[in-house]
Design a protein around this ligand. Sequence first.
Ligand code: SIN
Ligand code: CO
Length: 367
Amino acid sequence: MKLTMTPQQFLSEYWQKKPLLIRQAFPDFDDLLTSNELAGLACEEDAQSRLVLKQRGQWKLETGPFAESRFTKLPKKDWTLLVQGINHFVPEAMDLLQQFNFIPSARLDDLMVSYAPDGGGVGPHFDSYDVFLLQGQGQRLWRISEQTDRTLVKDAPLKILQNFQTQQEWLLEPGDMLYLPPQYAHWGIAVGECMTYSIGFRAPAAQELVTEFLGFLQEHVQLQGLYEDPDLQIPMHPAEISAQMVGKVATMFKAIAWQNQDVAHFLGQYLTEPKTHILFTSPRRLSFDKFCARLALEGVCLALTSQMLFYGDMVFINGECVEVELVAQPLLQQLANARFLPPIKTPSDDLARFLYQWYQAGYVLFR
Ligand code: SIN
Ligand code: CO
């Protein structure tokens, strides 16, 4: 990738602040898949796909998986096919995402690819994501607006802004890229056939984080004892919840406490939790010794669908957390960062044990 500035400058001046158009961010960019391959993925159970059509001024949304025949009956213009999580299927897509590693992978969501014939697009809208919109084959006209009017078209099957006011527009050519912070209004219209790659970074809503964290606490907080009232007084109104009872329970709740370590534990599990449609397939049985022999020759890589993060001695993979002894940490951290490990001849006990366990679960593979 060729940013027109250092990643540090990008982060301080643009990230989460304002849009940036980077012409030829990926010079000579070659599509990672053809429109036919994209349509093929949209027919698979484990890909999330959508078709958005605009017919006689009305927006229509269909969700996949699609039957192959669906693609033979589409109009010539004004529709688009979008497939999420392309990095789960196409190794080159994972390589593309790795180029954005100046942003922590804890913020990364996925790569979505869209195909559209002339006029196709999802209409004017905003996302709750930071997104890099990289132009593949063909051209797309991007219109953007700083507007705060987020009124949506009523009864439309997808979020369409009712009063979109273009403030800036650019025609993107293959290899050009547009960065947009969350909530920034935008509208991309295919000019002739085109493909667009959306590299999305999730910005979880505070409410969502809190709800999920409360669920985590439910499993991790253990309070001792029972409600006690040896000082009970005869009530004036038997049906009244007394102020004493409220006070005692409030005091009991004050024992619910957490440290940053618990927040990290929660975040690691939450952020690496696979989406519900993702399944891991276990490989053919392999003994621990044979596994170690292959590890020494081949090294391992993460399965395309695996998500791995770490915090201190905690390593998270696909929603699970393990605590790792010091000697194994550098290599497991390397696996999380680079998604592969070169051959390892003498792994520590912990390293071999965890890698074998994850190999059996289908989380890591031989390269
Ligand atoms: C598209 O690729 O058409 C949609 C991308 C977006 O607007 O988020
Ligand atoms: Co968007």
